[in-house]
Design a protein around this ligand. Sequence first.
Ligand SMILES: Cc1cc2nc3c(=O)[nH]c(=O)nc-3n(C[C@H](O)[C@H](O)[C@H](O)COP(=O)(O)O)c2cc1C
Length: 248
Amino acid sequence: MTNTILNHRSIRKYKKKKVEKELIEKILEAGIRASNTGSMQAYSIIVTQNSSKKEELLPLHFNQEAVKQAPLILTFCADLNRFNKWCELRGAKPAYDNFLWFYTASIDASITAQNCALEAEANGLGICYMGTTNYTAEKIIDVLKLPRGVIPVTTLTVGYPDETPSLTDRLPNNAVIHYEEYRDFSEIEINKIYKEYEESDFIKKIVNENSAKTLAHVFTEKRYTKENNIHFSKSLLEVVKNQGFWNH
Ligand SMILES: Cc1cc2nc3c(=O)[nH]c(=O)nc-3n(C[C@H](O)[C@H](O)[C@H](O)COP(=O)(O)O)c2cc1C
């Protein structure tokens, strides 16, 4: 498993070959084995293989090549719908129509997704997460017919890899690990942490392609802009409210 983890790279090009039914079941089983809040399994997994459903999802993932090519799309949802129904049927009043439970169920959904990702990779498949799920959640809800209490949190494209990209860089461990207490960063430390990253040819190429001043500018001015962040925050908050997680 450690090898699988350390060899992880996101795969965005897939062979046409379908993922076998037994293997899909194995991947889902790995997801379901994940830790989950209070054994409530506050998530659902929507399996998309049907090409017409995939076509409906594709624009909602901004027509990304990975979604176009992958034979299997898994959408992981925060889900209190099923649990709430069970509580009500038993005469217990559900208490999960609030932001805490959107957050909690999103953690369940994310942990489940990563278990599925690792099982897929351990079996020779490639995966890529789709952050677009959070941008277009409202429309994904329509396409996947998600009832109140259910919000898509993340998506995995899954299939047999048709590329072997290099491993992507990570910051030095001391950028992300703090022992006992958070040790905040001085200007010198920030410069040091990002130096190797900024000086790599791969990153320099990205900066050039984006005609940006630095890599930080690629993030703030091109990839994740304030305008888009505010726009998508507002639409996601609407989804949280409309799906019944803001009753307070
Ligand atoms: C929550 C999340 C959302 C992501 N969204 C996208 C996406 O929409 N498109 C994409 O091509 N990659 C996406 N990725 C993949 C990241 O770009 C990738 O994991 C990162 O660049 C590190 O590369 P690696 O996975 O190959 O190690 C996403 C990853 C995560 C965890």
